[in-house]
Structures are given as C-alpha cells and as structure tokens.
Design a binder for this molecule. Structure first.
Ligand code: GLN
Length: 273
C-alpha cells in the first residue's frame, strides 16, 4: 500500500500552475478552493486521485480549464460550457455593461443576442433586466441546446433561443437593442493555433478572410431589425474599431463610439439608428 495522497502533494505533483491545479482538484473533491487551502493535509482518495490525474494530464496537453470543468463564470452566472461553444471571455462583460446602460430596468424591452453560444450575453442581460424579452440566436444546435439548459438551470425565463443564421429566422422582428460577439479573428491569425483557441469551435472564432465578414453582414442587416433609436453593439478585434466604426456609419448609424475593455483595447463598437 502506498502512503495516502494529501491535497498539497496532489497539487504540487500535478505539474500545473497552482491556480489551475486548485480549480481542478476542488472540482474533483466537490469542494471550493478555500476548502482546499484550509485542508492541505486532507487525504485524497485513490479514486479522486485517478480522476484528478486524468484531468491534469489533459490540461498539460492544452485543453482549456473551462472545458475540463464544464463550467465558466460570466457576469456572476455559473454557466455550463462545452467544446461546442466559445469559452466566455472577461472582456465580453463590457458588451453586457454597455447593453445594460441602454436598457431601462423599469420598461419592457426587446433584446437580441446574435451568435449566443453558451447563452452568456443573452442570459446576463436577461438576468439583470427581468422586464426585457431576450432572444439569443445561433446556427449551432448543440450551442442552442446548451444555452437553453443554462437558462433552465439558472432559472432565467425571460430568454428564448432560436436557430438562425444572423437575422434569417427573424424576418419581421424589430428589437430595441441588438448585441453580438460574432467571429472576428482574421484567417491565419497565429492565435487560432495557439493555447486555448485551438480547442474552441473555429466557426465561433473566425469567419475567414480579414475577420470582418460576420460583422459586415450584421451591420448591414441590423437597421431593418431595430426599433427607431435602437442600439447595435458589437464586440470586435483589437485592431478593428476604425473599420467597424466606418461600417456603422455607412449603414446609417448615429452616435457611433467604441469602448475600451479592462486591458485598454477598443473592444466594443456601438451606435443607434
Ligand atoms: N476574443 C476572442 C479571442 O480573440 C475572439 C472571440 C470572437 O471571435 N468572437 O480569443
């Protein structure tokens, strides 16, 4: 019989950075990271050690932590995440902040989230604006099923998810606000083949070419789907604010601006029709 494995030994033997090792081990033992910190000498069962080893190996091979845990926090929501969807990014919380600033809490509003993936943006807006009716669209049926599961699990009922290629399934609907985090990485961008991005759905990351095809299509069609004075807000790449601003202008949007994320990057452009 080998000596029992302790929490601290399991963590240090994992070969992972401590933060990620703790996230994975906490998941395996069904506790949080604070519990782990306070129980460094606690014994890990052989079964738990085996599961943790397998997860640690996958992480060392590059799989994203969010896919290994099947979870990611976004805007205070604990979301189920699968490899069918992009992992929600902290910078996308800016898109939610800007949307909420344009949605009065005491009025019924209609909101659209294009390319909803896990449902992160739609669910965050719906949770913060219970009087809003939020629609999330995606072309991916596994993504839509996941988004719907997230809504049920979180008890958010003012949201619905619809299969649609951008506006295709919504021909006659108009919204007070349209938000989206479409694929915008340019084809051949080295990031696509590095780190976590390798494991994410490529169609959620890049539309090919210069990376602007999806944004062009959305901006061109959005005016016909906005109520008068309605807002369009789109996340985009670090070097796309000028190009996206011009597209907004060409499509007839007014008050066009871009906002910086916490890293100081112009990350979301918006305007009203
Ligand atoms: N922000 C993501 C990244 O560069 C890309 C997300 C997207 O294409 N919508 O990792």
């Amino acid at each position: 019989m080998s000596t029992p494995l302790t929490v601290s030994r399991a963590l240090s033997a994992s070969g992972l950075v401590p933060f990620e090792a703790r996230l994975l081990l906490a998941h395996v033992v069904g506790r949080d990271r604070a519990w782990l910190a306070a129980h460094a000498d606690e014994t890990v069962t052989a079964e738990q050690a085996k599961i943790f080893d397998a997860l640690a190996r996958r992480r060392r091979d590059g799989e994203p932590v969010a896919y290994l845990l099947g979870r990611r926090e976004f805007y205070g929501l604990d979301l189920e995440i699968t490899p069918d969807v992009l992992i929600p990014r902290p910078e996308t919380e800016l898109l939610v902040d800007l949307a909420l600033a344009r949605l009065p809490a005491d009025r019924e509003t209609c909101v659209l989230d294009l390319g909803t993936g896990s449902g992160a943006v739609a669910l965050a807006i719906a949770a913060e604006r219970r009087k809003a009716r939020v629609t999330g669209t995606d072309v991916s049926s596994p993504a839509l099923a996941l988004a719907a599961r997230n809504a049920v699990r979180l008890g958010i009922d003012n949201v619905s998810f619809v299969a649609s290629d951008w506006f295709d399934a919504l021909p006659n609907e108009r919204f007070d606000l349209i938000a989206g985090n479409p694929p915008y990485v340019a084809a051949g961008d080295p990031h696509l083949t590095e780190g976590d991005l390798r494991h994410e759905p490529q169609e959620a990351l890049t539309p090919g070419g210069d990376g602007l095809a999806a944004i062009r299509a959305i901006v061109a069609s959005a005016p016909a789907h906005l109520a008068r004075g309605g807002w369009l807000l789109l996340e985009h790449g670090h070097d796309q604010a000028d190009a996206v601003g011009s597209l907004f202008g060409d499509a007839g949007f007014a008050d066009v601006r871009a906002a910086r994320d916490l890293a100081g990057i112009l990350r979301v452009s918006y305007g009203r029709i």
